[in-house]
Design a binder for this molecule. Structure first.
Ligand SMILES: Cc1cccc2c(=O)nc(N)[nH]c12
Length: 380
């Protein structure tokens, strides 16, 4: 069932370029620019990638950034963002922005909430004020934010959950997906993604994909994972889920993940990722390196003059010694989290470029072995 509102607009498209096994390389064409996939999307929850100017984010090679309905509706509110010209102008980011739809954050923030068939009522974690989110309200908020990619309003059940709980939750999310699509205002180069639910159950994931593809979206997210199921169960769920998704649309695995998660998920057919890990790690002295993560607060770095990476593809890459970063974190200087967030996001973007290049020249399996070997070496 496609509805009249979306037929006439030239929709956002994902165009394949190459594949290697289940992995795909392509381009996502949007109103705010074209992004090579696979792509990692830095999280800019309240209109900022914490500790980074958008020039710094751009310097890492990031193409799309994330915003968040839940946080932005509370502060500064969607109406104010709209008055300020939308997220692109407010945060000086002309590139594509994807906004999550808010239901997940209401659940994960554990805010006092009441869930019903129509939507969710909750209290703000900021000031306790009462708010409501429904598929219509969420979709309208994302319109006011001027999101390039709008996410359907869904419920993400906590795992572990019984198949019966997963089925009821998924079926409600599919009804909400239809309402989200009905409320979506199609504009040239903008798009809306449906979110596949169903936990780790093959039959529920199949039902969910059938429901979403009958509604018709510009892309499909895989939700309901990265919620504590562990990498093995996440990968085994992807093994049967991505092959059931449309080949000609982008696939977005929400909330994932570590470098090893990204590699494994790309090899299972995922194109887009978002995760707070690299930026949150940057604020907690955890550095991602070619040889796995390290904690820069550790005394062993106090006089270590080596840099974190041999690359020099951003204004900070390969510039600062571990000893200096160790000092900054020990001194609680704000430059510490800033530099390390910049480093970690650059590491993630470099990794995605490496993976993409290997898909294009058909050597992803070779790269995967090399990456895993190096990550296992631990810090040199
Ligand atoms: C951000 C995120 C992570 C993980 C899972 C989900 C999900 O299922 N649904 C939404 N809307 N967002 C998610």
């Amino acid at each position: 069932m496609s509805n009249h509102k979306t037929d006439h607009a030239i929709k956002m498209t994902w165009v394949p370029e190459a594949s290697c096994g289940m992995a795909r390389a392509g381009h996502l064409h949007t109103r705010h620019g074209t992004v090579p996939t696979p792509t990692f999307m830095p999280v800019g929850t309240v209109g900022t990638v914490k500790g980074m100017t958008m020039d710094a984010v751009r310097s890492t090679g990031a193409g799309i950034v994330l915003g968040n309905t839940y946080h932005l509706m509370l502060r500064p509110t969607a109406d104010r963002v709209q008055k300020l010209g939308g997220l692109h102008r407010m945060m000086d980011w002309p590139g594509p922005i994807l906004t999550d739809s808010g239901g997940f954050q209401v659940m994960s923030l554990g805010a006092l909430r009441k869930l019903d068939e129509d939507g969710v009522t909750f209290r703000s974690h900021i000031d306790g004020s009462k708010h409501r989110l429904t598929p219509e309200i969420s979709t309208d908020i994302q319109f006011k934010l001027d999101a390039t990619i709008t996410m359907a309003f869904d419920e993400c059940p906590a795992l572990p959950a019984t198949p019966e709980v997963l089925r009821k939750s998924m079926e409600m999310s599919m009804r909400w997906a239809a309402r989200s699509r009905e409320a979506f205002v199609a504009r040239e180069g903008y798009g809306q993604f449906g979110i596949v639910q169903g936990g780790t159950e093959r039959d529920l994931r199949e039902y969910s994909i059938k429901a979403l593809t009958e509604i018709g979206f510009e892309g499909y997210a895989i939700g309901g994972l990265a919620v504590g199921e562990g990498q093995e169960l996440m990968f085994s769920t992807l093994d049967f889920t991505t092959p059931m998704l449309p080949q000609d649309k982008a696939r977005y695995l929400m909330g994932v993940g570590t470098p090893d998660d990204l590699l494994g998920a790309v090899m299972r057919g995922v194109d887009m990722f978002d995760c707070v890990m690299p930026s949150r790690a940057g604020r907690t002295a955890r550095a991602y390196t070619e040889r796995g993560p390290i904690n820069l607060r550790n005394a062993r770095f106090a006089e270590d003059t080596r840099t974190l990476t041999p690359h020099d593809d951003t204004p900070v890459a390969g510039r600062y010694s571990r000893a200096y970063l160790h000092h900054l974190f020990r001194a609680n200087e704000m430059l510490g989290p800033m530099l390390l967030t910049w480093h970690n996001l650059a590491y993630y973007q470099r990794l995605m470029r490496q993976i993409r290049a290997a898909i294009v020249d058909g050597t992803l399996d070779v790269l995967a072995v090399k990456l895993r070997e190096d990550w296992a070496k631990g810090d040199w």
